[in-house]
Design a protein around this ligand. Sequence first.
Ligand code: E4P
Length: 224
Amino acid sequence: MTLFLDTSDLDLIKKYYKFGAIRGVTTNPSIILQNSSKNTDVNKNLKEIANYIKPYNLSLEVTSNDHSQMIEEAKFYNSLGKNISVKITIHGPEEEEFNLEVINILENKENIRVNVTAMMNAQQCLLAAYAGATYVSLFGGRVNDIGGDAIQEIVKLRNVLNINNLKAKIIVGSVRETSNIFDWLNAGAHIVTVPPQFIKKMQIHPHTTNTVKQFLNDAKKIKN
Ligand code: E4P
């Protein structure tokens, strides 16, 4: 079980890597867009992230929906660093099914690690795992947003991956509240990918603040 950071902001990645609690980074086009005013050269920024966090993993998502362009883009990302895995959505915007073929080609012919993304239930993740995915990304917050139960999907998925002896690691993303992180790991996620602001929310507790103040005040009063 471990934590990834869900961001393309290298300054924040550096800040939280120094804490030692992060073992990888995930991005997607929306995350990169949010951070784009800071980075005009997107590929340079992504390469720097890969280099900074190696040997930990960085996930980069293809930006095309065309079969051969997806493969070309995946090869390009792969050339930016050995620790990069390529995100492919489980299907296309018009429900195109060939994404599974792309996943199979990348994993089994091109030797490129794939993180299959934008998945909303255990059965999508299982299919991606059968196609050879290294990572299967379940969007827990989006599942819950429309009345689903992310925890139930994680429990079922972990169980079926274990029974089938499949190598895929479960990443759960789309964190909406701090308690999601603990609950999803507890349910069987191998990894939860966390937006940076939630790391502070995990760490800080008002009673801890008061307790630390009490200890420091009393320490000053001790006579040596
Ligand atoms: C996961 O890999 C995704 O980048 C991300 O967690 C999606 O989160 P959102 O639903 O908040 O966009």
